[in-house]
Design a protein around this ligand. Structure first.
Ligand SMILES: *Cc1c(COP(=O)(O)O)cnc(C)c1O
Length: 398
């Protein structure tokens, strides 16, 4: 039905005109080496078998596809949740960190470095490093280490070293710059483990491949339960890895694919993270994609109630899928996200991550789009335990 747009990456790591490798000369050789190593193992049955075994016996895959009887009645469609909240660590992030850590070990790398904002990717990197026996150093803005002290403690419990970054605004983008600096200096023995489908080629391709297990499982499971493909698949979009992971195996099918960005306090307020819906093309962290920038090309500050969506950029494959209109991108505001967080908890006994609650909020606000018989799958990218203290505080309960 749809052309095989986005099914593979084009010349020089491009998705249409997006992506690429906008990096310094010193990083180019590291990227080329990674590209070569990755294409060597990409379709290697030995590597796939080893990764599959970790995904099954350690991470807990396949994750269930849960039919939501109560929410379906309420919303007037046949609602399913793809349960990435049940992956070890509590989100889809381990799908990627296990894949990259195994690749790094195969390449003979002796240490992993990672960047983290709220700490969720840092924790997933620490888990993968611990189980695969590779030391992990995580760069984290100093401001974030204070806000997310429990995640710092989690990483340290699992043997990782957290390096507070004191430059700039002491947040995620400063942590990324420090991690890149480290990588340039230590390319021979270090793998830089990026946490989403962002950064220079081959990261957007590689992370998408590792996350596509979500969509492959969903395809099989929904066909078993419904005897057909779903009418729509909805996922939240930060960097875009959980969304592309579930969308990718359906790109050539007649299935509505809907990405939901964080509108924060409202697009008009400027306090949001909706790079595809409100941004412009530009270069950030080594790739051309949509991003939030001012007229001079300065990256704008972002806001979301969900720390995992609070990023000014987005993966280049999403930029292409936006322009081609194969995927629809919408937004959800913080207020509606909180309502969705409570709705799913009460209806189904499942507390969603605030990130994932953006996808739930879209379906709630647009319930009249779907008919009674329509099969709708939401990618539940993570569990909400990490968010309950914050939501309690907002309600004045703590
Ligand atoms: C990190 C995170 C996200 C956002 O990252 P993507 O790359 O857009 O998937 C979404 N949900 C959860 C639970 C996360 O931890």
């Amino acid at each position: 039905m749809w052309p095989a747009a986005g099914c593979d990456v084009g010349a020089k790591g491009r998705f249409g005109t997006y992506g690429g490798q906008y990096v310094s000369e010193t990083l180019m050789s590291a990227l080329l080496e990674l590209e070569e190593a990755y294409s060597g193992i990409r379709n290697n049955p030995g590597f796939t078998r080893e990764l599959d075994a970790y995904q099954r016996d350690y991470a807990g895959r396949p994750t269930p596809l849960t039919f939501c009887e109560n929410a379906s009645r309420e919303l007037g469609c046949r609602l399913y949740l793809k349960r990435e909240d049940l992956v070890h660590g509590g989100s889809h992030k381990l799908n990627n960190t296990l894949g990259q850590a195994l690749l790094a070990r195969q390449m003979g790398r002796k240490r992993l470095i990672a960047e983290t904002g709220a700490g969720q990717h840092g924790v997933a990197a620490a888990i993968a490093g611990a189980v695969l026996g590779l030391p992990v150093e995580v760069y984290m803005g100093e401001a974030d280490t204070q806000r997310q002290a429990l995640n710092v403690f989690r990483m340290e419990l699992m043997g990782a070293t957290v390096i507070p970054v004191k430059s700039g605004t002491r947040t995620l983008k400063d942590a990324i710059n420090e991690a890149l600096r480290d990588w340039v200096e230590n390319v021979q023995d270090t793998h830089y483990l990026i946490g989403s489908v962002v950064g220079p080629h081959p990261y957007p391709l590689m992370v998408r491949d590792f996350q596509s297990v979500i969509g492959r499982e969903t395809r099989e499971q929904v066909q078993k339960k419904e005897g057909r493909l779903p009418d729509a698949i909805v996922a939240c979009v930060g960097g875009g890895s959980n969304a592309i992971g579930i969308f990718h195996p359906f790109l050539s099918d007649d299935v509505d694919l809907i990405g939901v960005e964080a509108a924060g306090k409202g697009i008009g307020t400027g306090e949001h993270s909706a790079s595809l819906c409100a941004g412009e093309p530009g270069v950030l962290h080594g790739a051309l994609s949509y991003l939030l920038q001012d007229r001079d090309g300065q990256v704008l500050p972002t806001h979301s109630i969900a720390a995992g969506l609070d990023y000014p950029g987005v993966g280049p494959e999403h930029a292409m899928l936006r322009d081609s209109t194969r995927v629809e991108y919408h937004t959800a505001v913080d207020h509606d996200v909180l309502e969705a967080f409570r709705f799913l908890s009460r209806m189904e006994g499942i507390i969603p991550a605030l990130e994932s609650a953006h996808a739930v909020a879209y379906v709630m606000k647009n319930a009249d789009r779907f008919g009674r018989g329509d099969v709708v799958v939401i990618n539940l990218s993570g569990r909400g335990d990490k968010d309950v203290a914050e939501v309690a505080k907002m309600q004045g309960c703590a």
